[in-house]
Design a binder for this molecule. Sequence first.
Ligand code: PDD
Length: 277
Amino acid sequence: EKVIVNDQIMNRSDASVDIEDRGYQFGDGVYEVIRVYGGQLFTGDEHLNRLYSSAEKINIAVPFQKGKLQSMLNKLIKENDIIDGSVYMQVTRGASPRNHVFPGEDVKPVLTAYTKVVARPEASLESGVEAIVADDIRWLRCDIKSLNLLPNLLAKQAAKEQGCYEAILHRSGTVTEGSASNAYIVSNGKVKTHPATNLILNGITRQVVMELCNDNNIPFSEEAFQLDELLEAEEIFVTSTTSEVMPIIRIDGKVVGDGKPGPLTRKLQSLFFEKIG
Ligand code: PDD
């Protein structure tokens, strides 16, 4: 198995990072998860653009041009024979003696990437899954895909301990997004999701879903909604790179709609499937 460390593709067993890497000590870095379908990066360009944009927002200069990174990732996928899977990549501010203050120019960012075989979650996509609601205790720059995921992990773990797949987060009653996904409701026949502000990550899957709604005359609005609207929604779904368009059929133990994935969720699932197929 091969991995990328900076500009090298090497055996995973030969890869190492410094114990004072700032990603390791401070979570001082950004990441992306990109889906691979049929041996090809899906929306690779959009993910790479977001990586560069997240990095720029915290003043990290990604150590290569996008084209070079893209070709290295493609090479990695080939060498590891990934047909259906994902690429994880992160860029940290680099390794230097621990100090909250950023290191000098001589300290270079550290980029790592590896691949994984991942099957589509077909059974869950078909049946739908359950979610809890949880307080959104994150910081105010959720638009940055930062390595600091502790609040997300706590929410996801709470969901798991209640036999659920995802935690849908809210700030004082306003629904923001899932712990690792964007969240949507269908209310009066219209799909709603939180606008792309500093309070959510503007998911690439979210952008695909918006475009699908647009192109297929599905009523859609980027409009924040409250917890009570969530609990009364006709349909609920979440989206992410790995979850695709995932129906939520129970929220905090309460049945959503008739307890089956709803018609607009199904429609978006099939449009999404066409897009990746
Ligand atoms: N998570 N919101 C949050 C907080 C996320 O962590 C993610 C993705 C999304 C959806 O973004 P996208 O559609 O671009 O995957 C929204 C990834 C998959 C993860 O951390 O594993």
